[in-house]
Design a protein around this ligand. Structure first.
Ligand code: NAD
Length: 294
């Protein structure tokens, strides 16, 4: 039986650790961490995500500010809002919920966020620091994966780690993190993508397989080496009439058959997904305690 890498449980543990630290800070008369979230428009999914982030702040005892802007807000006005939060000494972390409306440049907005407050870890400065293995805010999904590998004491040194997908938010940073001279890290990394030839042969040699391809149940048992550690980042909603809400969630990995061959695996749901909010809280705490930018 493989180890099921439980992201729900781990995320709850991290939140409790952060809540305990906030209590200590309060008891010592220190400043309570404060996260600001900017939400543009009325996208249902974005509202849900931001709502969950604000609720998580309440849970751990952080202060939070939610700035809601209309769908048709100008780029200039959004940049001004970011600037104001950048300069507000009471706020430690700032996130701008993506996606943004088409008339607004994500690059311009991201570049405007002060790296010291960029708790999403999306600014060029913080991505650069990650690549250099300097103290930084690691982005939510890579942070979640790293933390799961650590807490489940997965050996990574000298292992062959294959990453499927090269997106800026998952695959590419994971390939950097797994190759760096640190733990987790010190793996020999192969980053695969849509132009990779012989994908199946490469994947079959993975001791650690990180899948962020965005294709439902793409990885099947015949592609996986016996005893591999499998991290499934994908999330897909598929119709399921047997469920009360009419759908269920599946990953990029065919869980039932792949889990039978793996030594450890993240389920979907309940694997990588629940870790993302914990990362945001953790980065905000790092910022409040001046751990990344002293
Ligand atoms: P993306 O669509 O940006 O990137 C997919 C990558 O897969 C690309 O780099 C592409 O080159 C590669 N690819 C496509 N076809 C391929 C093929 N045939 N062979 C090899 N590589 C191929 O995806 P993303 O943003 O990295 O997200 C991936 C999945 O993870 C999605 O299902 C997404 O919903 C999910 N996701 C989950 C979380 C979470 O918190 N659990 C966070 C982010 C993304």
């Amino acid at each position: 039986m493989p180890t099921i890498i439980d992201g729900k449980k781990t995320s709850a543990e991290i939140k409790n650790e952060i809540a305990a630290r906030v209590k200590e800070i309060k008891a010592a008369g220190g400043k309570v961490p404060h996260l600001a979230a900017v939400l543009v428009g009325n996208d249902g999914a974005s509202q849900t995500y931001v709502g969950a982030k604000v609720k998580a702040c309440e849970f751990v005892g952080f202060e939070s500010t939610l700035v809601k802007l209309e769908d048709n807000v100008s780029e200039e006005a959004l940049l001004k809002t970011v600037e104001e939060i950048n300069e507000n000494p009471d706020i430690d972390g700032l996130i701008v919920q993506l996606p943004l409306p088409k008339h607004i440049s994500v690059e311009k907005v991201t570049a405007k966020i002060k790296p010291e407050k960029d708790v999403d870890g999306f600014t060029p400065a913080n991505v650069g620091r990650m690549a250099l293995n300097w103290p930084t805010y690691v982005a939510a999904t890579p942070y979640g994966i790293v933390e799961l590998l650590k807490r489940y004491e997965i050996e990574t040194s000298g292992k062959h780690c294959v990453v499927i997908g090269r997106s800026h938010i998952v695959g590419s940073p994971m390939s950097i993190l797994m190759a760096r001279n640190d733990y987790p890290g010190n793996s020999t990394v192969t980053l695969t993508h849509s132009r990779t030839k012989n994908l199946k042969e490469i994947v079959k040699t993975a001791d650690i397989l990180i899948v962020a391809i965005g294709k439902p149940e793409f990885v099947t048992a015949d592609m996986v080496k016996e005893g591999a550690v499998v991290i499934d980042v994908g999330i897909h909603r598929i119709e399921d009439a047997s469920k009360k809400n009419g759908f269920r969630l599946i990953g990029d990995v065919k869980f039932d058959e792949v889990s039978a061959k793996s030594s450890a695996i993240t389920p979907v749901p309940g694997g990588v997904g629940p870790m993302t909010i914990a990362s945001l809280l953790y980065n905000t705490l790092l910022s409040a305690e001046r751990k990344v930018y002293p």
